[in-house]
Design a protein around this ligand. Structure first.
Ligand code: G3P
Ligand code: MG
Length: 266
């Protein structure tokens, strides 16, 4: 089998924008990742009650903002009024829930490569993927390295493939199911994104033999990160970009997506 092409994003991505260096899924997190010398980020995108793509992880507002209720029922003007930084530290008071447009502009200006996780609220897989894939394609048009889209939702990945075929996709899993390769092929995934707690060396080797990239999350211990790189993973997603990025010595990376990336759909 052909070995996988080099992973084009940064080999160490800060989880939810800046990991633990800043409140998750905020513009401050993007700045923190860049300041830590991290060349790329992962973040989560969901639809607001107005149908706008915004950066947030939970379906409800209570954990990461001073609001309450469901993101999918909160209109943009109300979302904009929320504080998304103070819960983390008073230094970050005034941070907002960013729009995808704001995050894209900031990532492009900071030179951050992006793994954009499509995070649909329950029952909104199709609509979320439609909006996010289309908008991501527009926002990164003409940029050398547009985002890699990932999702736990296979439906979202299938929809994204139709609307933004030029953006590579990663299938997110916790513990890889026995038929993970068939699932990757079905959604045309170029990468398997697996929870590091359950990822074993044989799965990494099998994925690479199948032509897939392998990303893993969330790895905060530098020794574990190095072991995973040694086993063949292409990318570590971490809450500690400051510690992990500086410590790993072996990884692969390239400067763009090759033509015909990913495995064939079947
Ligand atoms: O994309 C990796 C990771 O972000 C998936 O888990 O829950 O942090 O979005 P979660
Ligand atoms: Mg995520």
């Amino acid at each position: 089998m052909t070995p996988p092409r080099s992973w084009p994003l940064a080999p160490v991505l800060a989880h939810r924008c800046g990991g633990l260096l800043a409140p998750e899924n905020t513009l401050a997190g993007l700045a923190a990742a860049a300041e830590a010398g991290c060349g790329g980020v992962e973040f989560d995108v969901m639809l607001s009650g107005s149908g706008s793509p915004v950066l947030i992880h939970d379906e409800t507002l209570g954990r990461t903002t001073d609001g309450h209720g469901r993101v999918a029922l909160t209109r943009d003007e109300n979302l904009r009024a929320l504080d998304a930084g103070r819960w983390f530290d008073a230094r970050f008071a005034g941070e907002r829930v960013p729009t995808l447009d704001e995050a894209a502009a900031r990532c492009i200006s900071l030179g951050l490569s992006v793994n954009l996780e499509i995070k649909p609220a329950t029952g909104q897989d199709d609509e979320t993927a439609r909006v996010v894939a289309r908008r991501a394609g527009e926002l990164w048009a003409g940029v050398a390295l547009p985002p890699l889209l990932s999702s736990f939702s296979e439906l979202a990945l299938e929809v994204a493939a139709q609307l933004a075929a030029h953006l590579p996709r990663g299938l997110l899993v916790e513990r890889a199911p026995p038929d993970w390769l068939q699932r990757c092929r079905r959604v045309g995934a170029a990468a398997l994104h697996a929870d590091a707690r359950y990822l074993d060396r044989s799965t990494i080797i099998e994925a690479r033999k199948a032509g897939l990239w392998v990303a893993t999350y969330t790895v905060n211990d530098p020794g574990r990160a190095q072991t995973l790189f040694d086993w063949g993973v292409d990318c570590i997603i971490t809450d500690r970009p400051d510690v992990v990025r500086a410590s790993v010595t072996r990884h692969r990376s390239s400067t763009g997506y090759p033509a015909g990336f990913g495995v064939q759909s079947c």
